[in-house]
Design a protein around this ligand. Structure first.
Ligand code: SAM
Length: 457
């Protein structure tokens, strides 16, 4: 349930003028509607509220809360509770255009994956919404139910900001509404950045049918808003005008509008490619081997690296090798220099981007299997130049890039698409960086110093 200071902050973002029809979909016990009604009554506004809550127990509390507001409102507040599935109800209203349009919506929707074959997915498709999670479904349906100029304030995970799965959702939202404000909960300390669920959530304020203008980006370190700050950014900083993916970049550091100076080239410009580790281990279970022997190839997982160094083979529940066979060989890459980036960083890791240079010499094997928890930088499924690989790993592990990546990517995963859409130094710069990084210690301060020297060279 949304804590009351967050609910009050969300309610404070709306403009209150005239006739107000409020929607709260997935209303729980009514925390958000309560905050809205408190603010509206302070402004002397009449409100018709419609809430949707599927859970009967929560619905009971919701009814008590709303009854009290209606009683105290003396005719200025009307409330209706739909004890039903919002997706079904909203899809029906949109399809038959029989719903009343809302002027305001305040949401903390449920978060859950929607299965490809589910009833929800089919209902959403019927009204032109293609999405993979309940929270984006709730926001998209809400947006379709709003009248022109209607305002939506929602607290939702940041994951919709990038990633291909959410592209249709971003396309819809950015086509029919504009982003007025984004609020982030920033950690004071990078080390604790992922500890708090709050930091993976943002508050977004959208206005239907309004041309996109400048966007307010605000931050606070916690839900008390005691150190609230805001800056206004040009819309092009948030969504790059020619970006077909329509990624939503949220500057995490107030005042940070630019990408690092070294990020100038696309991956294609520098002739590199990146893919998800091709070996999906459970599909090849019949070929798992604990110990490398003749006729096997190394299978590398992220747990095979610690403190930047390869530690293979390793005693673990997962295999160290795969028996060579025609089923296996199509997923392998030949021996070479590769850069491996973990798709999921652990809580202990301060950085979101964790990259390793796997050198040609590291493994005495003609082919290598890269497990699916990796992103692998390669050229045509082969290795890359040694200095470039070393330089690329150094660049990816730098603090400056990590900070940039956090702006760029809201979630804790690192997808190959994110890496494909990032900008990189030139090949010459990467080569220079790789040469300098050789024989240097692998600590953060050294990596950052090497990057700084390259930036100022
Ligand atoms: C994250 S909670 C937020 C509750 C409330 N909005 C708040 O901010 O405190 C999401 C709510 O959505 C409700 N919910 C989940 N699926 C729903 C559906 N399909 N239709 C209506 N409500 C749903 C859940 O029961 C839950 O109360």
């Amino acid at each position: 349930m949304t804590p009351s200071p967050i609910a009050a902050f969300m309610a404070s973002l709306f403009s209150y003028n005239g006739r107000t029809r409020l929607l709260d979909a997935g209303a729980g016990v009514g925390s958000l509607t309560s905050a809205f009604l408190d603010k509206a009554s302070h402004e002397g506004i009449d409100v018709d509220v419609e809430t949707w809550e599927i859970d009967n127990i929560l619905g009971g509390y919701l009814k008590n809360t709303l009854d009290e507001y209606v009683r105290q409102g003396q005719g200025k507040i009307k409330a209706h509770i739909h004890a039903a599935d919002f997706i079904e109800g909203a899809a029906f209203s949109i399809q038959f255009d029989c719903g009343n349009r809302y002027t305001h919506a305040i949401l903390n929707p449920p978060y859950k994956k929607i299965c490809a074959s589910s009833k929800h997915r089919k209902l959403l498709r019927m009204v032109g919404i293609e999405t993979v999670n309940l929270y984006t479904a709730f926001v998209a349906l809400t947006m379709l139910l709003m009248e022109k100029g209607g305002e939506v304030v929602a607290i939702i995970p940041r994951s919709f900001c990038n990633g291909s799965y959410y592209r249709p959702f971003r396309n819809l939202i950015l086509r029919i509404s504009s982003i007025r404000q984004l609020h982030l909960f920033e950690s004071r300390n990078l080390a604790f950045q992922d500890d708090d669920v709050l930091q993976e959530n943002i508050i977004i304020h959208l206005v239907k049918g309004e041309p996109q203008g400048a966007v307010i980006v605000s931050t606070s370190h916690d839900a008390r808003f005691s150190d609230y700050q805001q800056t206004t950014f040009d819309a092009a900083v948030i969504v790059k005008p020619n970006d077909i993916e329509q990624f939503i970049h949220i500057p995490t550091v107030i005042g940070q509008t630019s990408t690092p100076k070294l990020c100038t080239h696309t991956l294609r410009d520098i002739g590199l490619e990146v893919c998800t580790g091709p070996v999906v281990d459970f599909r090849l279970k019949a070929y798992w081997r604990d110990k490398p022997t003749d006729g096997t190839v190394p299978l590398l997982y992220p747990h095979h690296f610690s403190d930047g160094a390869l530690c293979w083979p390793k005693s673990h529940k997962k295999p160290n090798a795969l028996q060579l066979s025609s089923d296996v060989s199509k997923w392998l890459m030949p021996r070479g220099h590769y850069v491996l980036v973990k798709r999921f960083s652990t809580k202990e890791e301060r950085r979101r981007l964790v990259a390793y240079h796997l050198s040609y010499e590291a493994l005495d094997a003609a082919y290598i299997g890269f497990e699916n928890h990796w992103n692998v930088f390669h050229i045509g499924k082969h290795g890359i130049d040694e200095d470039i690989a070393k330089g690329l790993a150094t660049f990816l592990n730098s603090t400056i890039l990590d900070e940039h990546f956090r702006v760029f990517s809201g979630h804790t995963q690192v997808n190959a698409t994110d890496l494909r859409n990032m900008r990189y130094p030139s090949l010459e710069q990467l080569r220079k960086l790789g040469k300098r990084a050789k024989n240097q210690p692998n600590d953060q301060a050294t990596l950052d110093r090497l990057l700084e020297e390259l930036e100022t060279a």
